[in-house]
Design a protein around this ligand. Structure first.
Ligand code: SF4
Ligand code: SF4
Length: 282
């Protein structure tokens, strides 16, 4: 369990069930035996399509692929497989709008639980096709030491960019997305990085850094295992995260926190705004 993270005793029956289900039914199934009868694919694209269809049917909002890179692996952790299937799950807009009140924290936990189901099922599906696969998700939060940094994996899979609050800002759901990863030896095609204009926008915005009650968000990037990015200070974030049963204020206040049907228009406005500011300087 993350240091300072304690159930303040206010959890609803649903939340207690989700935590119990994660502990008892999801953790033990993240790894497992591999079917000796391997399905052969004509191309990495064909394999990717099969996985994408399965994960989508299981509830994934976004599915992407990347190689496992050292910048994605936590210090001291060991990841056996070479490739990563990255899975995004949308958190409800109305619930996250209540942050830091309990409905937002409850939604974050529901997303971890649902994501755990999708990750676990997708890993089992790949193993069933005859390829090693391990799920990584909730264990990084509730129990075991973390292994894969989902935000960095999602960036390399082309989901979006990492914002100043250290979270992924995705093309589809903005920052309201939880990330899970399945690592595997089944080679998928590599994702292309997205250019949403987030980095340039963040340099002028800084709203999350101003609104974070814990002062956990830095306006300066830093080098983390060879990846230069914004990072939350966990020692400052976790006490607030625990106190408010999930917090999520940085997600709520981010201008990229739009409903999916507003994203395209907003991203186009961001592009124009960034261009405008570049022209001013020029
Ligand atoms: S979750 Fe809350 S405390 Fe943590 S970085 Fe976001 S706003 Fe700050
Ligand atoms: S609130 Fe502003 S500075 Fe923070 S991540 Fe979102 S766009 Fe970037």
């Amino acid at each position: 369990m993350v240091e300072n993270f304690e159930d303040p005793g206010k959890s609803s029956l649903e939340e207690k069930f989700w935590v119990k289900d994660i502990e008892e039914n999801q953790y033990p199934k993240l790894d497992g035996p591999v079917n000796p009868d391997r399905v052969e694919f004509g191309s990495p694209e064909e394999a990717a399509e099969r996985i994408e269809t399965f994960a989508g049917a299981a509830g994934a909002g976004m599915v992407g692929f990347t190689k496992v890179l050292p910048s994605m692996v936590f210090k001291g952790a060991e990841v056996k497989e070479k490739y990563a299937v990255v899975i995004g799950f949308e958190m409800d807009h109305a619930a996250m709008d209540t942050a830091p009140d309990p409905p937002a924290g409850k939604e974050a936990l529901r997303a971890y639980w649902r994501l755990g189901q999708i990750v676990q099922k997708t890993a089992a599906f790949i193993r069933d096709m005859g390829y090693p696969a391990s799920g990584h998700q909730v264990r990084t939060f509730l129990r075991d030491p973390p292994t894969i940094l989902g935000t960095v994996a999602a960036y390399h899979a082309g989901f979006g960019e990492i914002g100043m609050m250290g979270l992924l800002i995705s093309e589809r759901f903005g920052p309201r997305v939880r990330i899970g990863v399945v690592t595997t030896d089944l080679e998928p095609p590599q994702g292309e990085k997205a250019d949403l204009g987030v980095e340039e926008f963040c340099r002028r915005c800084k709203v999350c850094a101003m609104e974070c009650m814990g002062g956990a968000i830095s306006t300066e990037k830093r080098d983390e295992r060879g990846f230069y990015k914004y990072t939350i200070d966990p020692y400052r974030c976790v006490p607030y995260f625990a106190k408010y049963d999930g917090c999520g204020v940085c997600i709520k206040v981010c201008p990229f926190n739009r409903k999916p049907d507003e994203m395209e228009r907003f991203l186009s406005a961001v592009k124009r705004l960034n261009e405008y500011h570049r022209n001013l300087k020029g």
